[in-house]
Design a protein around this ligand. Structure first.
Ligand SMILES: [Zn+2]
Length: 298
């Protein structure tokens, strides 16, 4: 199944709902970072959450989600935008804990139960907007929900789910976000809460072939959903040799000289996607000329 996200309005606009299938996206992240089960689920859930949150933005606008917990996985950083693109990394990709008492991947144990959850929004304005809440669970889904309630003041139900196979590959990944708008009917909220209790794990549903539309129907009732938009989602990094070149110029002349004279070259590795860029001595000499030009101009 292709990866895509749907946006819907339900119950006469009193409920906003989003659902996403992101199996290929999370699989790409797993392969690029060679993550093990607990790290895969922690990074994958954060990416699915960032895609859902990103879907509330306009196309060009971006956000960054940072989960800085005290567990062995270390920090997680994920970027997402209003067009369904996401990329991310986890400090320690090789965390694989034994299953928790519910027989699920131990994400809390990897992320930790104390720390900070941050969302930074770049809406193309002069300043970025950022909100921060403490990590309340470490399971990621609850942390997104808490952030939405406290920082954004939108009561939401968020489910994020990644199914990892025995060979570490990603079998299925996806999630949903249901937002309650002011004026929503109590009966509607009770009904949805009931449905939330009964719905199976989202990644299992996706693994069985359920679509994002089908997930929303299960959660909200078949006749109440008006699909507004269907948007493809994907792992996408915008790094390039040129961009890292600009970063090399910024480190300064002494450093560039050292790269030329001592190392006879340089390699840059993108944290987000793992792509590697090689700079020959000639490349570095060009960058040095550029740096000298910049110094003169300043
Ligand atoms: Zn990259």
């Amino acid at each position: 199944m292709e990866d895509y996200l749907v946006k819907a309005l339900c119950y006469e606009g009193s409920i906003r709902a989003y659902a996403v299938c992101a199996t290929n996206t999370i699989s790409e992240a797993q392969k690029r970072h060679d993550t093990w089960s607990s790290s895969t689920a922690a990074l994958g859930r954060t990416m699915v959450g960032a895609l859902l949150l990103g879907a509330t933005l306009k196309g060009e606008d971006k956000l960054t989600v940072k989960v800085q917990g005290n567990g062995p996985a270390g920090g997680i950083v994920v970027d997402s935008d209003g067009s369904g693109n996401t990329k991310g990394y986890i400090k320690n990709p090789h965390v694989s804990l034994t299953l928790n008492e519910s027989g699920k991947i131990d994400v809390r144990g990897a992320v930790g139960t104390e720390g900070i959850f941050t969302v930074i929004k770049d809406l193309g304005l002069k300043e970025t907007f950022s909100g921060q809440t403490p990590i309340v669970s470490g399971e990621i889904g609850e942390d997104f929900t808490y952030f939405m309630a406290v920082s954004e003041q939108i009561p939401s139900a968020i489910g994020l789910s990644v199914l990892v196979d025995t060979d570490e590959s990603v079998k299925a990944a996806g999630g949903f976000m249901i937002q309650v708008m002011p004026g929503a009917d109590e009966k509607t909220i009770d009904f949805i809460e009931q449905r939330l209790q009964e719905v199976p794990m989202i990644s299992r549903l996706i693994d069985e072939g359920e679509s994002p539309e089908g997930i929303l129907e299960r959660l909200l009732g078949k006749d109440e959903i008006e699909i507004l938009e269907k948007m493809p989602v994907q792992f996408k990094c915008n790094c390039s040799k040129e961009k890292f070149g600009t970063a090399i110029i910024a480190v300064g002349l002494d450093e560039i000289n050292a790269m030329i004279e001592e190392d006879h070259g340089a390699e840059a590795v993108c944290q987000f996607c793992g792509n590697k860029y090689q700079y020959s001595e000639d490349d570095l000499i060009e960058l040095r000329d550029e740096a000298i030009k910049n110094t003169r101009e300043n």
